[in-house]
Design a protein. Structure first.
Length: 314
């Protein structure tokens, strides 16, 4: 058996057992992939893949065990490459950050310029998606780390660490009744206030939407959510054109840019949210990745992060 066979098996699984797609991603032929897999199965003496005719349908029971071993082997091969790069080219390379639009638009601009000053030779890439997509990017090796509020901590194979805590805000037009009421002494925004108006807020997979829904459900209140979006810019746009009031992440309101809207704190309604950074368990990290993480949260120094991804007790 050889590394090429391991690559073919892993890529076939990653491509949902589509040999044509696996071959395309590996820049080889479909018959070549199929032949290598059959030879691998012959050497092992077990069938890895379930087949229907010539089509692969899934993994057999021994195939599931073999796939885990193959994944570990390929991860260690990747780690070897990263180790050599670390000592040969300490201050250059690439860093792929999987993130939601909120992180890319409102959080990372405060971190990336400072990181670039320290590591001008590191090529940065932002890969945006939903939290479940971000988790899969890190697990598959398409991204080095992920930054999001939802899902990451629930994904097996990832180690997550807190970045920062934030709260929601409600945004309305200056002439909205809630803006007038907020000026009154002693006024406190309630869920009943919000439920009196059409609401524009996040899609259910983004930016603490689950906390919003739970707060209303706990009070048996049914909000009138007229539009869901994946980023705050869209929400603010539709609030501005009069579609309703908006519920957004607090950091997404920028007084200098959003002066045409009024922001009302809503942390007391929906609680505090924790954005996390996620890494694949057992992965080798270049020194500059540790630096990037510490810029997200100064409490996450290299030793603490290393202990977490190696599954050690601190």
């Amino acid at each position: 058996m050889n590394l090429q066979q391991f690559r073919f098996v892993r890529e076939t699984i990653r491509r949902d057992f589509n040999l044509t797609e696996a071959a395309r991603s590996l820049f080889t032929s479909q018959p070549g992939v199929s032949k290598a897999i059959l030879e691998f199965e012959d050497e092992l003496g077990v069938q890895i893949f379930e087949r229907h005719g010539k089509r692969i349908k899934g993994l057999t029971k021994p195939g599931r065990a073999v796939s885990q071993v193959v994944e570990r082997i390929m991860q260690e091969i990747d780690n070897l490459k990263k180790v050599s790069d670390e000592f040969a080219r300490r201050d250059e390379g690439s860093l792929v950050i999987a993130c939601t639009h909120t992180q890319a638009r409102y959080v990372l601009p405060k971190v990336i310029p400072a990181f670039r000053k320290h590591f001008p030779k590191v090529h940065l890439s932002l890969a945006e998606g939903s939290p479940p997509q971000l988790a899969q990017m890190v697990l598959s090796g398409q991204a080095d780390l992920a930054v999001a509020t939802e899902s990451l901590a629930l994904t097996p194979g990832l180690e997550t660490m807190p970045c920062y805590i934030w709260e929601h805000s409600v945004v309305v037009k200056p002439d909205h009744p809630l803006a007038d009421q907020a000026k009154k002494k002693g006024f406190e925004l309630t869920l009943e206030h919000l439920a009196s108006y059409p609401i524009v807020t996040y899609d259910k997979a983004f930016s603490g939407r689950l906390s919003i829904d739970r707060a209303f459900e706990a009070q048996s209140i049914r909000p009138d959510v007229v539009l869901e979006a994946i980023d705050a810019d869209v929400i603010k746009t539709y609030v501005d054109v009069g579609l309703g009031i908006g519920i957004i992440a607090g950091m997404a309101y920028e007084p200098a840019r959003d002066g045409h809207l009024v922001s009302l704190p809503a942390g007391h309604l929906f609680g505090q949210q924790t954005t996390k950074v996620a890494l694949k368990s057992g992965v080798f990290l270049r020194d500059y990745v540790y630096t990037f993480i510490s810029m997200l949260n100064p409490e996450l120094d290299a030793e603490r992060v290393r202990n977490l991804i190696e599954n050690k007790q601190e």
